[in-house]
Design a protein. Structure first.
Length: 153
């Protein structure tokens, strides 16, 4: 008898909980805000910005040249913790056949790819992040936003 009473209590509780207000309806998720990379107020010039330093992977530096409200040149470089530019040897401490090296080289390729995408799209927020290079992507976005702020002040 006790078992039936306990099961009945559990079922009754579940029914009442199920009839409650839907929290998604009460608190809808925030709308996605579309960011705009607006060059319409940018002054001509060459601008350079340095990213914050990642404790394990170093920092990055972006240089953009802006002419007539368009990005005409973009150079992005990544630097390891020792200040060495990330290149063909980046990540090779454990050997060029290691998983660490292969992952590090994904970032090196992305570092070359991000400025090319920016030149093509002229919009930072249309540059695609590359899987395996999210820290480099974050540093790229950070430095480009700093430059846009400098160029429009």
């Amino acid at each position: 008898m006790k078992k039936i009473l306990v099961v009945g209590l559990i079922l009754t509780t579940q029914i009442f909980v199920g009839c409650g207000e839907n929290s998604a309806e009460k608190n809808p998720p925030p709308k996605k805000v579309e960011k705009v990379f607006d060059l319409s107020k940018a002054k001509d010039g060459t601008y350079t910005a340095e990213s914050s330093r990642d404790e394990k992977l170093g920092k990055s530096i972006l240089t953009l040249t802006i002419r007539d409200k368009k990005i005409t040149d973009a150079k992005f470089s990544g630097y390891d913790l020792f200040g060495n530019e990330k290149g063909e040897d980046y990540g090779s401490l454990t050997g060029k056949d290691s998983a660490d090296y292969k992952k590090a080289q994904v970032a090196v390729k992305a570092i070359k790819n991000y400025p090319a995408q920016l030149l093509e799209t002229q919009d930072l927020y249309k540059v695609d992040a590359i899987s395996g290079a999210s820290i480099s992507y974050g540093q790229f976005v950070e430095t480009a936003e700093k430059i846009l702020t400098d160029a429009t002040e």
